[in-house]
Write a protein that binds this ligand. Structure first.
Ligand code: MSP
Length: 526
């Protein structure tokens, strides 16, 4: 298994404020990378903003700002949101930064010198919001953009092209020999059927009709078309082509580093087809995985600011705490499938997992340890009962499966498994009946019961810490442990919480009143 891990979110367009759909992708990446870090992988996590292009130039003009002022403000808001969501990115790249723009120019020159790029004329159906040209077949008789389904218009322009067919055999060979390159597999098939089999056209990589972009050194009338500019962020942020490329050497060039791009379905084409081709042209290796997640809608409708149905994560974080929002996003939706955000689902998920399951379990266990053992966690006696051994087996099995699922980027499934372990611990209380053991004076039975519960709670929490960043340390502290004492090498240990002194705090996740909260969440959709 590769021990280094590089994960990226797409870089977001700072054309409007971030919404829950953007937060979804970033949260998933954060949960994955935190779980890897916890397990001892050396990781690097990148996010950022994609700041050039016609759309941004137009949006800035509408509000009488320069494009730079405009992107500065929105980019800051993205940074604020990631801070509020406790996103643990190592870097935040902005495509207007010099460390990016100068290297993109070099990349263009290198590909040009290779003969991968030529100057020609482009005439075709153009979608302004997507900044993409489409073929006759793709726009169909209705003349709609196949990506966003908005009307397209005819446009002609002198432009540089990237020769896609030059590297197509390499891409196809890589896809065949790396079945995990694209997940879910349906996305790979979609690429084959929609774009590759009908015949790939060369990719337009420069524009002359607007100037908010990186000028091409060889011909400054042209700016580099936004996708070549955008995709290369994944290597410019690591210092590729600069005087210090140590991060690039460590996390990209080294075959021992796993490279994972997480992207939404709407931009999978660029990551699956063109990005590997650019890399091939530069003589660089392909990413290990492109993970394509589904899109979230709101109550069944596409989220869109103009329709007034966008949910900002800020009011949710303020009212329910960051862990509730992170948990909902990471746990609710099966990764890869489209998802529906509804106020009901949010409230139900938070109550079911956080209030009723983990919150309740922690609270009951602490109360009993205080009552029966004066607040000191007992250790398992010599004679663990079958009941305890079964919980120990379940813990070990859960950790094993959790690691496999996380490695396979199945975040929701991995978290569900860990939460299920805590659900089983709640059932274990009912079956063990500690109150009867106490009444009967069965001290050994009571010690085993409390030791089992304390260890399952702490070890289960270690699995959930990647999502519950604020509550996990609070749970450790209530059992008298510091974060440093809860390292992953102890996660299968069934006796390490013994002798610690507990102190119960306020409940971690108060139960939400369904109707009130549904009304609140519905009221913040704008
Ligand atoms: N700038 C490009 C990406 C360049 S990456 C080299 C872009 N930006 S975006 O802001 O429009 O979208 C960024 C990501 O957010 C995409 O992966 C997109 O799928 C995701 N999402 C935008 N709305 C979303 C939902 N409603 N649900 C889930 N993800 C969503 O495309």
């Amino acid at each position: 298994m590769k021990k280094k891990f590089y994960i990226t979110t797409p870089i977001y367009y700072p054309s409007a404020d971030a919404h829950i759909g953007h937060a979804y992708c970033t949260t998933i990446c954060d949960v994955i990378v935190r779980s890897k870090r916890k397990r001892g992988f050396e990781t690097y996590f990148l996010t950022g903003t994609d700041e050039h292009g016609e759309k941004i130039q137009k949006n800035a003009a509408k509000v009488n700002k320069t494009p730079q002022q405009f992107v500065d403000e929105i980019s800051d808001k993205f940074k604020e949101l990631w801070k509020a969501m406790r996103i643990s990115n190592d870097d935040f790249i902005r495509t207007t930064e010099e460390r990016h723009t100068t290297v993109v120019q070099k990349i263009f020159s290198k590909l040009y010198e290779n003969g991968d790029i030529y100057l020609g004329d482009y005439e075709g159906w153009y979608c302004t919001p997507c900044e993409s040209f489409w073929t006759e077949t793709q726009v169909g008789l209705e003349r709609l953009c196949p990506d966003c389904h908005r009307p397209v218009h005819v446009a002609k322009e002198e432009t540089y092209f990237f020769k896609t067919n030059k590297y197509l055999p390499d891409l196809l060979e890589y896809m065949d020999s790396h079945p995990n390159f694209v997940t879910p597999i349906s996305r790979k098939n979609e690429m084959m059927n929609t774009f590759i089999k009908p015949g790939l056209t060369d990719l337009c990589i420069s524009r002359t009709s607007f100037d908010w972009g990186i000028p091409i050194k060889e011909n400054p009338r042209h700016v580099i078309y936004v996708w070549m500019d955008a995709l290369t962020n994944y290597i410019t942020a690591l210092g590729y082509g600069s005087s210090d490329d140590s991060l690039f050497q460590k996390f990209w060039a080294d075959e021992n580093s796993e490279i994972v791009h997480v992207v939404g379905a709407d931009i999978s084409r660029f990551h699956i087809i063109y990005w590997p081709m650019f890399l091939k042209g530069l003589g660089l290796r392909f990413p290990d995985r492109v993970f394509v997640h589904g899109l979230l809608d709101l109550n069944g409708e596409k989220m869109s600011k103009s329709r007034g149905n966008v949910v900002s994560p800020f009011p949710l974080i303020e009212r329910y705490g960051v862990d509730a929002v992170r948990w909902f996003l990471a746990r609710e939706f099966s990764f890869g499938a489209d998802g529906r955000f509804t106020p009901e689902l949010f409230v139900e998920r938070v109550n079911l997992d956080l209030a009723n399951n983990i919150g309740n379990l922690v609270n009951r266990t602490l109360t009993m340890i205080e009552k029966y053992f004066d607040g000191t966690v007992p250790s398992h006696g010599k004679n663990m009962r079958d009941l305890d051994k079964n919980m120990q087996d379940l813990l070990v099995k859960t950790v094993d499966e959790y690691e496999l699922l996380m490695d396979d980027l199945k975040v929701s499934e991995a978290l569900a498994l860990a939460m299920n372990l805590l659900g089983e611990a709640n059932k274990f209380i009912e079956v063990s009946e500690p109150w009867t053991l106490f009444k009967n004076g069965d001290i050994e039975g009571l010690e085993n019961t409390m030791a089992t519960l304390a260890n399952v709670i702490i070890n289960g929490t270690m699995l959930l810490e990647c999502a519950l960043v604020e509550s996990a340390p609070k749970i450790y502290a209530q059992f008298g442990l510091t974060n440093d004492e809860c390292t992953f090498d102890k996660v299968r240990d069934f006796n390490h919480v013994a002798h610690h002194h507990v102190h119960k705090d306020a409940p971690l996740f108060p139960r939400l009143k369904k109707e009130d909260e549904i009304n609140f969440i519905a009221s913040i959709a704008k």
